[in-house]
Design a protein around this ligand. Structure first.
Ligand code: DAH
Length: 344
């Protein structure tokens, strides 16, 4: 008569043969599920003890345990071996040649607009100017009114304005409103400061104008400040920024917040083929507006125009970059084209 333990022996033989055929870890894990999973064959063999004739149960139980332990230890030995082998192959294939030269890391750099701002700060720092920052979202009062442009003043048309959804606030169209903030904070003491920052204009975008651009405002207030000081400061600045060979031209102009007002141009590089197009045939590019601070503006800032005078200017750093490097399109600055940016 066949012994119930024969089934166990057959199961062991089959299981060991299959185990030997497993070539990698996933195959081994599948084998383990087949025999030792919840519905595994070894589990089933163990619980089959209930169906074994009574007199064979003791020997069946012993044999089942022996087979179970034997299979478990064969499995864990096979698994250890497979893990070792896969580690060895991955070590062999991932091995590092420490003698190879490293891949060069590309160095980041500052955006050209940031570079020129820093150049400007450095030049004015040497001339004794502090840096003062003010709001990009401004009140109508500061952006226009206190700069001597009451509501309906025609000069407001000089700046195409972005209005915010909050009545009475705008995106500043120039850095000039910072003058009022600085004066109110400082009066009655003297001022010598630059005010850099982003400005916004609701304009048609072209090669020479963007809706978003940097400006650097300058403000000097004190006793006996004159137009000669303004001219001297701007000339010293232009010499440092553009070198002694470039020419600077001062023209009279109009701004509501200065009297008298001027504009300053720099000559476009003579050898640049785009010179005519970019300077509308004049050979000059305007880089700033300036003037003697209007008495009304001084008063609005908390100063007595009978005691002090002041000069102010507002310059376009990106225009200056164009001049320095003969860049023919101001729109290149915010396009983030790395081919352009990597040149600086
Ligand atoms: N805010 C003027 C503009 O954006 C530039 C300007 C002109 C600034 C004369 C000044 C100034 O401080 O005195 O067009």
């Amino acid at each position: 008569m066949a012994e119930a333990t024969d089934d166990l022996k057959a199961l062991e033989t089959q299981a060991l043969a299959e185990l030997a055929g497993c070539s990698d870890e996933p195959a081994l894990r599948a084998w383990n599920t087949k025999y030792f999973g919840d519905k595994g064959l070894m589990k089933a063999a163990l619980s089959a003890i209930g169906k074994v004739p009574k007199e064979q149960r003791a020997s069946y139980g012993q044999e089942a345990n022996r087979v179970k332990v034997a299979l478990e230890s064969a499995y864990s030995a096979a698994l250890d071996k497979a893990k070792e082998e896969s580690l060895a192959t991955s070590l062999a294939s991932d091995k590092l040649d420490v003698t190879l030269p490293g891949r060069p890391a590309r160095r980041g750099r500052l955006h050209p607009a940031t570079q020129i701002l820093r150049d400007i700060y450095a030049i004015f720092a040497d001339l004794g100017f502090q840096v003062y920052r003010t709001n990009e979202v401004e009140t109508d009062e500061l952006n226009f009114e206190l700069l001597n442009m009451p509501e309906h003043h025609p000069a407001r048309d000089m700046w195409d304005t972005f209005f915010t959804t909050t009545p009475g606030t705008v995106l500043r169209t120039h850095t000039s409103p910072g003058q009022i903030r600085l004066m109110k904070e400082t009066a009655p003491h003297p001022i010598r400061a630059i005010l850099p920052g982003m400005c916004y204009r609701n304009e048609a975008i072209s090669t020479r104008s963007e809706i978003q651009f940097f400006q650097v405002e300058g403000l000097v207030v004190g006793e006996g400040v004159t137009m000669a000081d303004l001219k001297g400061t701007l000339t010293a600045f232009a010499r440092r920024m553009f070198g002694p060979d470039r020419q600077l031209r001062i023209r009279s102009s109009y701004f509501p917040f200065t009297e008298p007002s001027i504009e300053v141009d720099i000559d476009w590089p003579k050898d640049d083929p785009n010179r005519d197009r970019l300077t509308k045939g004049t050979g000059w590019l305007e880089i700033l507006g300036a003037g003697m601070v209007h008495p009304t503006v001084l008063r609005n800032g908390g100063y007595d125009p009978d005691k002090v005078t002041g000069f102010a200017f507002g310059m376009g750093p990106q225009r200056m970059l164009m001049l320095k490097h003969a860049i023919d399109d101001i729109r290149l600055f915010w396009q983030n084209d790395l081919r352009f940016l990597r040149q600086f």
